[in-house]
Design a protein around this ligand. Structure first.
Ligand code: ACM
Length: 754
């Protein structure tokens, strides 16, 4: 066994670190989203105690502005010609123009824009300047316009119902960061939320359940109840509620896009109107029967009301995750496939989407659907919302359709945002604030013909694990603000170091306004780069919080206030065990992070997989580096989608590493991930074998799953062998998963050999 002392042979390099990223092309002003052109004109301008404004807005637009101003963070008073703030809207020809120009000069602030929306964004910028510079603003000119026309937040109100006060509160905050779409997920299998005249069972019954939380409800069979049931929990929006939200959104230049899910995610419809299911019974299927004409009458009736209520040009019709199972066995669905000459069940789904599209088009509106609407052929005028990665959006754009990017790995706000063991239950594969921030919905490499069709980005707050309004905010903020900058700011003006500083200020602001944002990770974050020529790994420590101190030890002891203060990366040529912790002044935060880093013997060596233990190749994100992914020295983070984790499904890893020559080894170890919600499980058994000739392998050791790890929903654990040094040229590593009712994944990031 190697001693700890022996392991600490890292040289700590004195390489000078540059003071951050390259200078941003715009001055690093404290504004979020970062404007696209800023010019500091010198000196500062103090805002007066009483802020007066004048404007040339027409009476209707002025009335809208006045209706909004009570929730604007600065108190503005109408003034005359010499008012401090002048808002000039010059009536451009493009209604969708959201650009604005803001000038802060001695004695005067001017906001000019082509449209009231542009003026609104100028006012948001002014409010941020006022608070972030304590009323003493740098004199400047900002000439700003968004990168994308669609900058959305999605709110799921089916899995848990949220009232209109909650919705309006979120609209107010996201509008201040220049988001302009709210995708309202009004219907899904956990509750129907919109009153529809003539279809009373949707809201008397399918909007109510005897358990409040989604998890309790699901675990008790997922049944609805009458609204009169004393235990009834849930709710729905009346016409008056919808109008209230729409007006509130309109004043903040947000378009509300309603979603009515079909043909899947519809078990609540079938509970209320079982005759629309293939079996004619409730609680059997989540998909409506497409062979039944009544299904179309139902959705047309619903859509008539949706179109009457919502002015949005786009109506979202879902289209995701519809199982084909019930249609396969349904005589009516099969008859429809035959009569219409459809290509099986995929064709049947397309038939429904296209037919509904024709109906919506006939009312002068267009559809948006999740990327599954590509399966079986895309409806002629559809816009695709790409969630299973970006590929669906790119495919749609290639066919000349518009696309909105909302890939799970960057945009799903229901995923963990930090180490799962530190967080309330959420969906697996964490999406950290900087993961969201790093997203580029339309990279230039795609070419203009594709990027022209990528109209924007959206963050999705699915609510299965969001039982309270406070928790909804906790998951939404601050990641939605990061996505707001993705949507607004040109990529060359984005800068993570600057954003980190700014977002920490914005979190404090949101708290001061009575919101409950996640206050960012209390854990030390790590990043590694590898230099194969110099045979070393550079390990950097960072934090999401700013300002903050990072203290560390290399001798196995717990870091304290007396421990070394981190200032520069470590260069590891052999192995180190680092323990690090964040300190907010004298106060330790979070937990101690223990990180072992090895420039180990398998790096750059050849690995081959047995046919039944080969890695999964259907998803790029699950392949790590492909054939070299487990011997490239690169370790994964918290997300199995970060391109560093290699997935195995079905559930076995069996690989042989050829070290090139007989070498002494004493440790073979791999770290595995468990995230039960997305069906990622630790192995139950790992076997490590060694051979000098590649033919005769000796078992060095077997490691098995510990009960305490098996019980955890989300965790990471090492499996392998450590022992007295033995000679080996070939090392075989076999990891096997247990039996599950459903198919599971195994994920590991590196096979470390020392
Ligand atoms: C989705 O997450 N099923 C769109």
């Amino acid at each position: 066994m190697l001693t700890l002392k022996h392991l600490i042979t890292a040289s700590i390099c004195t390489m000078a670190m540059s003071s951050g990223a390259l200078a941003a092309a715009v001055p690093d002003v404290n504004l979020t989203p970062m404007p696209n052109a800023v010019s500091l004109t010198g000196g500062t301008v103090r805002l007066p105690e009483v802020l007066t404004y004048s404007t040339n807005l027409n009476p209707a637009d002025l009335a809208d502005l006045r209706a909004y101003l009570p929730s604007y963070p600065l108190a503005l008073t109408p003034g005359g010609k010499d008012a401090f703030i002048n808002i000039a809207v010059n009536g451009g020809t493009d209604e969708a123009d959201e650009s604005y120009k803001l000038t802060v000069a001695p004695g005067r602030v001017t906001i000019s824009a082509a449209t009231p929306a542009g003026a609104f964004y100028g006012l948001q910028t002014l409010a941020q300047l006022a608070r972030n510079y304590n009323g003493e603003l740098p004199a400047m000119t900002i000439d700003d316009a968004p990168r994308f026309s669609y900058r959305g937040v999605h709110i799921d109100v089916s899995r848990h119902f949220f009232d209109t006060d909650y919705i309006k509160k979120q609209l107010d905050m996201v509008a201040s960061y220049k988001l302009n779409r709210m995708h309202w997920h009004l219907t899904d299998g956990a509750g129907w939320r919109l009153e529809i005249p003539g279809l009373p069972r949707l809201t008397e019954f399918a909007a109510w359940r005897p358990q409040h939380t989604y998890a309790e409800w699901r675990d008790n069979g997922g049944k609805y109840c009458e609204y009169t049931d004393p235990a009834a929990s849930g709710g729905y929006y009346t016409e008056a509620d919808v109008k209230d939200v729409l007006e509130y959104a309109r004043l903040r230049h947000i378009t509300v896009i309603p979603e009515i899910e079909m043909p899947g995610h519809s078990s609540e419809v079938l509970a209320a109107y079982p005759e629309l299911s293939c079996e004619g019974e409730p609680y059997v299927s989540g998909e409506v029967c497409i062979g039944n004409e009544a299904t179309f009458s139902f959705f047309e009736q619903v859509l008539d009301e949706v179109i009457r209520l919502f002015p949005s040009h786009y109506i979202h019709i879902g289209g995701d995750e519809a199982s084909r199972r019930h249609w396969k066995n349904c005589p009516k669905c099969q008859q429809r496939i035959k009569d219409e000459g459809l290509d099986g069940e995929d064709g049947l789904q397309s038939y429904m989407i296209e037919r509904i599209e024709r109906y919506i088009n006939s009312k002068g509106r267009d559809i948006i659907g999740w990327d599954e609407i590509l399966d079986g052929g895309l409806a002629p005028n559809a816009t695709v919302m790409s969630w299973r990665g970006v590929e669906g959006g790119i495919k749609a754009a290639r066919q000349g359709h518009d696309a909105i990017m909302t890939p799970e790995a960057y945009c799903y706000l229901d995923h963990y945002q930090d180490d799962p063991e530190t967080q309330p239950v959420a969906f697996g594969s964490p999406v950290t604030i900087f993961q969201s921030y790093s997203f580029n919905p339309a990279p230039a490499e795609l070419g203009d013909s594709i990027t022209a069709h990528i109209i924007g980005v959206q963050g999705n707050n699915w609510a299965e694990y969001i039982p309270t309004p406070e928790h909804g905010e906790y998951m939404m903020y601050p990641r939605i603000i990061a996505l707001g900058e993705v949507g607004w700011t040109q990529p060359e003006h984005k800068d993570q170091a600057s954003f980190k500083h700014r977002i920490n200020d914005e979190i404090r602001y949101m708290q001061s306004r009575g919101y409950n944002p996640f206050t960012l990770s209390e854990q030390v974050q790590t990043a590694q780069t590898i230099d194969y020529d110099r045979k070393c790994i550079t390990l950097s420590l960072t934090s999401e919080k700013d300002p903050i101190d990072i203290r560390y030890t290399l001798d196995g002891s717990e870091p304290t206030l007396a421990s070394a203060l981190y200032s520069q990366p470590f260069v590891v040529t052999d192995s180190i065990i680092l323990k690090a912790r964040l300190f907010d002044g004298e106060r330790p935060l979070g937990q101690v992070k223990t990180l072992r880093t090895d420039y180990h013997k398998a790096i750059g060596k050849t690995i081959t997989y047995a046919p039944d233990g080969d890695y999964y190749r259907d998803k790029k994100e699950y392949m790590a580096g492909g054939q070299t992914g487990l011997v490239d020295g690169l370790r994964g983070g918290k997300s199995y989608m970060d391109g560093r984790w290699q997935g195995f499904c079905p559930n076995k890893l069996d690989a042989v590493i050829d070290l090139g020559e007989v070498t002494e080894i004493s440790r073979v170890m791999a770290n595995f991930m468990q995230m039960k919600t997305p069906q990622v499980y630790l192995p139950v058994k790992v076997e490590v074998y060694a051979s000098t000739d590649g033919e005769n392998f000796t078992l060095l050791g077997t490691d098995t799953l510990r009960d305490e790890d098996a019980a955890l929903d989300a965790t990471f654990a090492d499996f392998g062998w450590t022992g007295a040094p033995v000679p080996a040229r070939y090392v075989r590593f076999v990891a096997t998963q247990g039996e599950h009712r459903f198919s599971t994944f195994l994920f590991t990031d590196e096979i470390v050999i020392q």
